[in-house]
Design a protein around this ligand. Structure first.
Ligand code: BES
Ligand code: MG
Ligand code: ZN
Length: 483
């Protein structure tokens, strides 16, 4: 939770003060209470605190803990570095257990305030549902942050967006057998309950059989769980404006199917619904921010299980569009469910543009690593706008190409198209995108491959700890609010 008050009051048991190098040199501080001013001056006199970015220095002021955090030279400081510094300070042993923390920033600019908000709400997120608190428990206290800044709508909105990000993270981090397609349905129903401008369509196995979503059904064939295409129609535009479709891959678990994933690759596959989770997080934000746009949010839910009934490599399956697909590999399942969802939504909802989000290819992790989401788009304007939103939010994307000759890479000898690219191992992200493109019917489209960015395994990345990051929720929310 976060509150805004100006000026700083120094009335909490814990205070975090950001200090840049100039300030440290010139002793140019916000109005510190007298006793505190003397303690800080003592630290500076002793030349112990040059205020390099990331440097932490605790000062005890009576019963108060005051943590000085250096941010280096103001003009060299990126908002990314700032988020990391504030995050590390809040999670440091000095502040970790503090409930109420006042944050005093070195420079009360909007960018700085917003970075501090995200550091507090996104940076300190930790997935601890299944950790039994022990007697030496170091679990971070639920914090109430008091930011020394005059309240502004922009700040309240920035905090709201973080809730959407963290909802996506909770969905991703929990067990695959907890966060099932039914759980998604319940989550979505709870979010939209009582909202007059929102309607819902859900296709279950029965409807999929009736309408012929053969690709989606094939992927889920080895699972006891219900496949679901959850479609939310959000009417936010005053007049009848066009619709933007946000479609997320929701593989609640991806074993790879009969092309079973090996040890070392399977353990994190409960995250394979991160695209659908991002759609739900963005839906939450759209409602909370009352976004004035018409939007379709879709969660494409299935489980790629291994079983005697699983779909088979080498088989040919017909999807909702009528096209047949040769199954080159049962682990390339995401593009199959998405293809049916694209066809169904384009035919029945006629969106003006389509954005899909998916943990689609390991190749994207190889190409871009963990800090940039892969962007592939058939529409330059859409790609540009998403890139702009990514730059503002630090929810980063990097565009990869798609071009006519790629058609050859997904040709099949026995069907209309194949779900694996050729040559094997070459450009896996863009051949997967080319497969998807062939189901877009010319609708302007952008694809976000979050395979590398959705989940951090056993290390820290930027200002995220272990687990889900909520990748693309901030980006999509920004795109929807500013276009
Ligand atoms: N869900 C995976 C992609 C993935 C890999 C996400 C690593 C997150 C981390 C996807 O369904 C998959 O298995 N893709 C295959 C495609 C291949 C068989 C053509 C892959 O990338 O290996
Ligand atoms: Mg797979
Ligand atoms: Zn997958």
């Amino acid at each position: 939770m976060i509150s805004f008050r100006h000026p700083a009051r120094f009335d909490k048991a814990a205070t975090l003060i950001l200090v840049d190098k100039e300030q440290a040199k010139n002793r140019n501080f916000p109005v510190l209470p007298k006793a505190l001013k003397d303690s800080v001056a003592g630290v500076l006199d002793a030349d112990q605190f040059p205020a390099d970015n990331g440097q932490l220095f605790p000062v005890i002021n009576g019963k108060q803990i005051v943590l000085l955090a250096g941010v280096g030279k103001k003009n060299d400081l990126s908002t990314t570095a700032l988020r990391s510094t504030v995050r590390n300070a809040l999670l440091s042993s000095w502040l970790k257990k503090a409930g109420d923390v006042e944050i005093v920033v070195h420079d009360p600019k909007d960018d700085v305030i917003k970075a501090a908000i995200e550091a507090a709400l996104i940076g300190t997120y930790a997935w601890e549902k299944y950790k039994t608190p022990g007697k030496n428990d170091k679990a971070a206290a639920k914090k109430h942050i008091f930011l020394a800044a005059a309240p502004k709508r922009e700040y309240a909105e920035a905090a709201t967006v973080c809730d959407g990000v963290n909802l996506a993270r909770d969905l991703i981090n929990d067990n695959a057998d907890t966060v099932t397609s039914t759980y998604f349905e319940k989550t979505v129903r709870a979010l939209i309950k009582g909202k007059k401008n929102i309607s819902l369509e859900i296709l279950n196995r029965k409807e999929m059989e009736k309408y012929g979503l053969g690709l989606h059904l094939a992927v889920n064939q080895g699972s006891k769980k219900e496949p679901k295409l959850i479609i939310v129609r959000y009417k936010g535009a005053a007049k009848d404006g066009d619709y933007t479709a946000i479609i997320g891959k929701g593989m609640t678990y991806d074993t790879g199917g009969l092309n079973l994933k090996p040890t070392g690759h399977i353990e994190t596959m409960r995250q394979d619904m991160s695209g659908a989770a991002a759609a739900v997080g963005t839906l939450k934000n759209a409602i909370a921010l009352n976004i004035k746009k018409n939007i379709i949010f879709a969660c494409v839910m299935a489980e790629n299980a291994i079983d005697a009934l699983s779909y088979k490599p080498g088989d040919v399956i017909r999807g909702y569009s009528g096209k047949t697909v040769e199954i080159g590999n049962t682990d390339a399942e995401g593009r199959l469910v998405l293809a049916d969802a694209f066809s169904y939504i384009i035919k029945n909802y006629k969106p003006a543009r389509l954005i899909d989000i998916a943990t689609l290819t390991g190749a994207c992790v190889v190409a871009l690593g963990h800090d940039y989401t892969g962007l592939v788009a058939s529409d330059d304007k859409l790609a540009r706008k998403l890139t702009e939103a990514a730059e503002v939010t630090d929810d980063r994307v990097w565009r990869l190409p798609i071009y006519p000759e790629l058609k050859d890479s997904v040709k099949s000898q026995i069907a209309d198209i194949r779900n694996t690219g050729f040559p094997k191992g070459a450009g896996g992200t863009i051949t997967a995108a080319e497969f998807l493109r062939q189901f877009t019917e010319g609708t302007p489209w952008a694809h976000l491959d979050i395979a590398g960015t959705a989940f951090v395994d056993n290390k820290q990345r930027l200002y995220f700890g272990h687990g889900a990051t909520g990748a693309s929720v901030r980006l999509l929310t920004r795109y929807l609010t500013h276009n």
